[in-house]
Design a protein around this ligand. Sequence first.
Ligand code: NAD
Length: 294
Amino acid sequence: NKSDVGFIGVGNMGQRMATNLIKKGRRVKVYDVSKAAMESVTGALPCESPQEAAADVDFVITMLPDGDVVKQVLTAENGVLKGISKRALLVDSSTINPLTARELHKTAEDAGIKFLDAPVAGGTAGASAGTLTFMVGGNQDAVKAAQAILLQMGGNVMHCGGPGAGQISKLCNNMIVAVSMIGVAEAMNLGAKMGLDVNTLVQVVNTSTGRCWISEKYNPVPGVMKNVPSANDYNGGFRSQLMAKDLALASSIAISCGAPILLGSAAHEIYRTMAAYGYGNKDYSSIYKFLQGQ
Ligand code: NAD
């Protein structure tokens, strides 16, 4: 009864993605530094190290906080590259620096392993529903080989280009999400402070030109929507600290190519400030609460 997938990093996103693979009939081994996180994946086999999770499987998927952690999990003494078999495909779905992703493509290639950068969009709700969009960088053959398993966790697989192209796409997408989150939160807070009923305001915006994914599917105002982090004291979504990390990466690539990102940079400073004020582990929609001065 051999496992066919090693899944490393089963936090807010990985737990849901690994659970979907199990529901679709995959046999999944998991590794996470948190025992509680591993136990949260019902039906998975917990492992003692990344090396053990990567051994004797067809696919290894990493879903870790940042590039330094991914690098360490891949290259450590008991890391993925020590355990993984040559037939396996290694897919990193974390959001990391595109330059680090290119480095990892090279490291994997040197070890004779096929690698893809395949970050995702869709949030924890998309991860639960299996409707994530995968933005993939790497060669065509590897993308083809990954297609079926990625579609067991998502609804779209977009091949964005060569090594790192998935990460560049993801950083561009997240910069839009960050800026629109702040825009929606500011407008909702303004309306509420001027005495409007927030439920009415949400309905108005969502039938008007201000409508966007944030206002419609991920509204930051508590109580106006079910099954979003704002309905759960801003827990269980995308931590503000991780959003700050993504915006820092966007700034870094923007500087490298000379693209002006005025609002992206402002959004970076706003999320860094929120983290300094104790919102780091809360969902990024907690910007609404932050603006209320709470
Ligand atoms: P998370 O912090 O909830 O989960 C990360 C998991 O990695 C945790 O369980 C942690 O214990 C584990 N971990 C940390 N260091 C480790 C190590 N050395 N070895 C093994 N496990 C380790 O983060 P998340 O929200 O699941 O996000 C994961 C990645 O996906 C991030 O790069 C994030 O930017 C990206 N992402 C998140 C969302 C979202 O909505 N949450 C959406 C798209 C992309």
